[in-house]
Design a protein. Structure first.
Lengths: 225, 212, 225, 212
């Protein structure tokens, strides 16, 4: 019997290594796997590359990783925001490298990794600073930039519910990067607020089939969501 | 001459959005356009974080932090709305499925180049979000901005000096003093506030202008 | 009020032109919009390019288009099958051109069109006849073929249910190419066996949001499915 | 020497599929492998037409022609199964998420090249389906075939003469006479039917062979 449900957040991230690349779902707080990130901090892994839309705000989640100085590099679209002070400080001190990627290219490059493409020609960013030095090509009268897939060792994802095979459904806009990150990482770890029996999720409405999920952990503190 | 305030400008932009349009409203002032869309018409608001059929802000008691817009403000979903992931959301933009997006800007060139993500200041921490995807993806890009900076320089320019968001992507610029069409032919004045004339506008902007 | 529901199959395809490119959903019969195809035949448009997984089998659907000699070119992965005699005959007579595409490249090229990518590097087909003459590149030690998006003037799709905004849900494996074709065509026309009220479809479970759909028509003959 | 029939061969392949594997079974003989997978273990069958968690054939009364496998035969879905569209289905393959696929073949080279889609006959109408995607996408590609053609030629070859499906993609070849590992080091014999020895097998195939 295959049961992808593990007993604790700590167990879920136990095999993290220093230097790992980690995708983290979320758009702001919605969909951010805060409890898994806490477990990463407790685990102690450092020199991490974080791939996420933001670089953390406030004091929890990615911001806490920043504060603990565990991050070597951030690949994201929107690092600077209200309360991104922990990232800002590390960045200004030269302690964290930033690869700034337009949000849609971030999504498309993550999708390309999940789908096994070698590279994609995307129109986004052509002629801008963010395409400097990159290969470009005119195709059918339009200009494109060649962008490469973003793979990761781990994806940390927040979903609403899962079964023991790792099938996932999400909640409202907390879905955001979860489904595409789950496809792009070697090991996908998901925190959910509900575990359901096999067959309880409508096969027509499963958003992430279990093939893309390695471990599921119940966030027992989830009062809402 | 009577400048339009932000509210009046949002209402002005809203008048150009037809029923049936799929629309993305950028964060900041463009979000206000939503307040002036006619409630009796079906206009479909897309939010880049995975929502189509976005409704107005909820009552305080109904706030759900997993139902927010791209500016991270609480919103609602209309009957007939749908959720989707970020890949599909940006496919909507990049694939040309969004009819109109409304964005703010630091500068727009008379040929439709857009600069709205980075001041170029050496100590600035840049952030781009979805601006570049929207700029080149939406079929029509409307910009909403003050025509002049606080120090009186025109934000409608012959050539952008700030780092670009997208090339030749803006079709219309709504400002507090005038509305312009921009594109391959240069800038055309669609309308001006009372008390302004073409010569005065040329003087304020320093760019070639014709009436539309 | 926006209402994408049209009154008849004939009305749904009325603006077809000779020479149009048409994506047609389905994998075998599952998901094939047989009644919309009948309407295309009745409409009379000819010199069509058909993009579909198959090239028709038996006597209905794409096979009937073949029989009526309306098709100039087929882009598909699996033309030859039991009962593909109408395609076989046209092909052997030199009356229809065939662009044979591996099924996953067909899907990926349709997705690229829907997502606005200019081209993709895919590993499928490298070193085979189906990549002859195509640009290739080694990326990170793996070989890829450059493939271009497949756009179409129309997509004919079969779904289970729709509302007046064009939101769609599908049924079992009849889903197949429908969602990606809906995204890749200028005009997407969908036949469904049920029309529901706005709000009846769960926003978490809508597979194709209405933004990708132009017209919906009820297949009133649909006893099952 | 006792050739394995198709049924025995399917059972043999099934023994090498571990619990937890995500598996795609090609159309034709490979589909039979599903009949020999242990029912008490969770092995996940993917069907390229948009189904994961595929179950056995239904009873006659339960047949649903919108629930079929890639060979267009009626199947069932297990509790815990999921439907998805063709884009996601082939992302599963191409993206390396399928652990094992089992395919038939016209020829396999000792280095793992696969030819299984086209005889190369000038009058043949070619069809490729998902074979090329599976060949290069699955982490392990198992081939299931007779070792010899009806006229006695080996289908395990030094170099494929039929048009290729994929290069260096096959890891293991299950035949009626022997099981081979193929790859960069060439072909290694994993097992043979009773009454066969390495010399005889070298003679039958005409290729370099070593014991694994």
């Amino acid at each position: 019997m295959i049961n992808k449900i593990v007993g604790s957040m700590a167990e879920a991230v136990a095999d993290l290594k220093d230097g790992a690349s980690i995708m983290i779902s979320g758009f702001g707080d919605a969909g951010a796997p805060a409890e898994l990130i806490e477990a990463v901090i407790a685990h102690g892994a450092t020199d991490l590359t974080i791939i996420s839309n933001n670089a953390g705000a406030g004091e929890v989640g990615i911001a806490a990783l920043m504060k603990a100085n565990r991050v070597r590099k951030v690949i994201c679209s929107f690092p600077r925001q209200a309360a991104s002070h922990h990232f800002d400080a590390r960045y200004r001190a030269g302690e964290v490298e930033l690869e700034l990627v337009p949000q849609g290219n971030l999504a498309a490059r993550i999708e390309a990794a999940g789908a096994g493409l070698g590279a994609i020609f995307t129109p986004t960013g052509f002629g801008t600073l963010l395409a400097e030095g990159k290969e470009t090509r005119e195709i059918d009268g339009r200009n494109y930039v060649l962008e490469y897939p973003i793979h990761a060792d781990f994806a940390l994802v927040k979903a609403r519910a899962a079964d023991r095979w790792g099938n996932l459904v999400y909640r409202k806009v907390a879905r955001n990067f979860g489904p595409i990150m789950a496809m792009a990482a070697k090991t996908t770890i998901v925190q959910v607020s509900e575990i359901v029996e096999l067959g309880d999720l409508d096969p027509e409405a499963i958003v992430t089939p279990g093939i893309f999920v390695n471990r599921v952990v119940l966030n027992s503190a989830a009062a809402t969501a | 001459m009577q400048r339009m305030d932000r509210t009046a400008l949002a209402a002005r932009v809203a008048r150009d959005i037809p029923e049936g349009a799929y629309v993305n409203l950028g964060i900041g002032a463009p979000t206000m356009v939503g307040n002036f869309l006619p409630r009796d018409k079906d206009i479909f608001l897309q939010s880049e974080n995975g929502l189509l059929g976005m409704g107005p802000a909820p009552a305080e008691a109904e706030i759900d932090w997993e139902l927010i817009n791209a500016g991270k403000q609480p919103v609602t979903i209309l009957a007939g709305g749908a959720y989707f992931h970020h890949g599909d959301s940006f496919a909507m933009m990049r694939g040309g499925h969004i009819d109109i997006c409304v964005l703010g800007a630091f500068q727009v060139s008379v040929h439709g180049d857009l600069a709205n993500w980075h001041t170029g200041a050496p100590d600035a921490i840049p952030a781009v979000g979805g601006a570049m995807d929207l700029a080149i993806g939406a079929r029509q890009v409307f910009v909403m901005m003050d025509l002049l900076t606080k120090t009186g320089e025109s934000k409608l320019v012959a050539n952008c000096t700030y780092p670009l968001t997208g090339l030749a992507c803006v079709s219309r610029v709504y400002t507090d003093l005038a509305v312009f069409d921009v594109g391959p032919q240069g800038a055309r004045v669609v309308e001006m506030v009372d008390g302004l004339d073409l010569d005065k506008l040329r003087e304020l902007t320093g760019v070639d202008l014709e009436l539309a």
